[in-house]
Design a protein around this ligand. Structure first.
Ligand code: SOE
Length: 402
């Protein structure tokens, strides 16, 4: 059972005996970062208990960032009770139970280590770290401290992807021969998009660690490992199409671009599934196309995030005269997560995946069966990313570290 802060317990007592049976265990959250992910997480904290019956209830206790002019309006809009300018001060606070890292990738390592040492639960945005050496230290730190931890690989929580996992576990596609993944976007095509700074740090290798490999393929790899087990070897190529970009804080200065703009790799899973993965931010017209297809001995599965409420399924064991792909609308109440929401046919969106991740984490605290992916799972993904980048550099097949 995780530690819960003293003030949380006091709050609970204050609610009075009459409420005790209904009372939730408060979990005080300290969020670091106020950008895209800061908003996605805040929304999850606010909504999760409205839709899921859970013993624990997150409290938006403190939001933390260096830029006070940005932090204050963010905190006010989302209802964060207090603010902190320094993450070290946040971690020192006795009233914080969970440190949630939603700041750029180069900050994850130090914050996670300090938070674990202070006995806080730790959530981290993906990728877990800049590289697998950092990710290993972080994993060892949370495990040594014995603190519950989670990485926000939110796409596992798309109902249709969770449903794919269910079909696989039910044996519906059998032995898997092929895994094919693509993650395509188009927002960096213009050479005038700056790198670095507040919003565009994903284009700055010193802050992001890598380009599409850590940012997008990490999602595809996490999903792939979840659905089909470990990846053993990879052979990759990368390209940086735009070699120089303006710096965001000073548009007159152009600096070399060090991230991978695109990456494609071949992979062999431990179960001998052959795989291809491709990612780019230069695919005109593809906004957030996260796709995978699996071909097994009894059938196939196909998913596309741009049609996120559907799963395509082909059952090879059907009578041959009715063979054909089915489009399953994953909105029925017996589909994953859907029973908590609206009536069949009413689709869910991007923000719900974060609510589901949080609900699973909180349920894990309740049952003692920790939710996944945790830091150790994310370390495995990080090791595949490292192998991919090493292979792209050497031109050789690379074994994924274990
Ligand atoms: C990049 O454009 C990005 O925002 C990723 O960082 C997110 O993880 C992905 O979900 C959407 O695209």
């Amino acid at each position: 059972m995780p530690a819960v802060s003293e003030t949380s317990l006091i709050n609970e007592e204050e609610r009075g005996a009459g409420d005790a049976a209904m009372a939730k265990k408060k979990l005080n959250i300290g969020l670091i970062g106020y950008g895209f992910m800061g908003r996605a997480h805040s929304n999850a904290y606010l909504k999760v208990n409205r839709f899921f019956d859970l013993d624990y209830e997150p409290v938006l206790k403190a939001a933390c960032a260096r830029k006070a002019d940005k932090l204050k309006p963010f905190a006010d809009r989302w209802g964060w009770e207090t603010t902190e300018a320094d993450w070290r001060a946040l971690i020192e606070r006795r009233d914080i139970d969970v440190v949630d890292i939603a700041s750029p990738n180069n900050t994850h390592h130090d914050i996670a280590l300090a938070a674990a040492k202070a006995g806080k639960m730790v959530f981290s945005e993906k990728p877990l770290a800049m590289n697998s050496a950092e990710a290993l230290e972080m994993t060892e730190a949370v495990e040594k401290a014995g603190v519950p931890n989670m990485v926000w690989f939110n796409y596992r929580r798309v109902p249709a992807i969770a449903f794919a996992k269910q079909l696989i576990d039910e044996g519906r596609i059998g032995r898997v021969f092929h895994y094919r993944a693509k993650y395509l976007q188009d927002w960096t095509i213009s050479p005038d998009v700056p790198q670095g700074g507040q919003t565009l740090w994903r284009l700055d290798a010193d802050v992001a660690g890598s380009g599409v490999t850590g940012d997008l393929l990490a999602h595809s790899i996490d999903t792939a490992i979840w659905l089909n087990g470990p990846i053993q070897t990879v052979s990759a190529m990368t390209e940086t199409f735009v070699k120089e970009r303006p710096v965001q804080d000073d548009p007159n200065v152009r600096k070399p671009v060090k991230i991978d703009d695109a990456c494609a790799f071949l992979a062999r899973f431990s179960n001998n599934t052959l795989a291809t993965f491709e990612s780019t931010r230069y695919a005109c017209g593809r906004k957030n196309q996260n796709v995978f297809e699996m071909n097994g001995e009894h059938g196939s599965i196909y998913f596309d995030l741009e049609d996120a409420h559907q799963l395509q399924y082909y059952n090879h064991r059907d009578d041959s005269h009715v063979h054909g792909w089915r489009t399953i609308l994953v909105t029925d109440s017996d589909h994953p997560y859907k029973g908590h929401w609206w009536v069949p046919g009413c689709v869910l969106g991007y923000e719900h995946t974060f609510i589901h991740a949080l609900a699973d984490f909180l349920k894990g605290l309740e049952t003692g069966e920790p939710a996944k992916p945790n830091f150790r799972d994310a370390l495995e993904t990080q090791r595949v990313c490292d192998a991919v980048l090493a292979s792209a550099q050497s031109g050789q097949w690379v074994q994924v570290a274990t």
